[in-house]
Design a protein around this ligand. Sequence first.
Ligand SMILES: *Cc1c(COP(=O)(O)O)cnc(C)c1O
Length: 397
Amino acid sequence: MTDLTVLPNGSLMADPGERGRFGGHGGRFVPESLIPACAELEEAFREAWADQRFRRDLDRLLAVYAGRPTALTPAWRLSAELGINVLLKREDLAHTGSHKINNVLGQALLARRMGKTRLIAETGAGQHGVATATAAALLGLEATVYMGAKDVERQALNVFRMELLGAEVIPVTGGSRTLKDATSEALRHWVTRVDDTHYCIGSVMGPHPYPWIVRELQRVVGEEARAQCAAELRTGVPDYVVACIGGGSNAAGTFAGFVDTPAQLIGVEAEGGAAVAFGRVGVLHGFRSYVLQDEDGQVSEAHSIAAGLDYPGIGPEHAFLNDSGRARYVTVSDEEVIPAVRRLARTEGILPALESAHAIAWVIRAAESGELPPFCTVLVTLSGRGDKDIHTIREAA
Ligand SMILES: *Cc1c(COP(=O)(O)O)cnc(C)c1O
């Protein structure tokens, strides 16, 4: 167990301070040339986040453009089958089909406030790339998206979407030609263009201040869910709060709304990308956390049926929540995911993203094994819709 008082103001999921540390995790492990850009960004975010006008502008975009608040839907028939009470936080209903728009709108507004005219982003399956291209179009910014060459081939439709939205997509041919390499390339490019370019990171990862900024921008998911649960539940707070984890942004945003309640927080990793279960502490993309690596400390490839969970690391704050015991991290295998998609589709008429189906799959397993007590209440963040995954689901059938 780590000492919980190591955070500057003593509370969990608070401001991680100037060094951006979450217990022994986090930090800012970047080339000397990026330190000023990170410091400038931190200061700009601190100012903006304390500025009521910035908050009002963002809230307005989230409402009139992204479609917030998203619904909290009781999963009536699935609940009856499992003998528990499942509530779904519907990020699948947000514009572009996932929670990613919350983060991207905030960072794009921040970039504009800082006088930047270009956004760059990394993307794996293309969901964060599409969200970034969308926000750039909305605010009249240029967008360049780095994507592993292998992913460019696998996700041709999302490449076309980004181009339709006016973004330039750059295939990254180094390394394993996937998300890990796209992220490294975006960081390298940022070094050369910090004057007019904001690097819009897609999850609670990267050097400080990114894990903190992205968690704060996703906090809206947890805060809305908290208020909606208060209205929906006799107890006011669910017994369990469950979310899937790639880098960990939808989970971090959700947990932020419940970290000060008695709710048990559960993060669900893909078995093939389970940094908490199978990783060791290391440095990746500018931060220290649990990372999948081989015996020589080389970062391993993650493998998941859900492209959005194909990341060998986990956000540093999750590593800390794990060490402190405040949140628990579990894994779900590819084989459990497709049945979970089908079950939610047939019981509720909702087709979840393969990523989100990991959270559903854990709830089903835990309810059926008796790990979840009868009649308990479980909030699940449904991070995105499954339309993008139709081909994968059909092939797996
Ligand atoms: C990108 C993505 C994820 C994984 O990202 P986190 O930062 O862990 O939230 C999960 N679900 C969906 C639908 C995604 O697009």
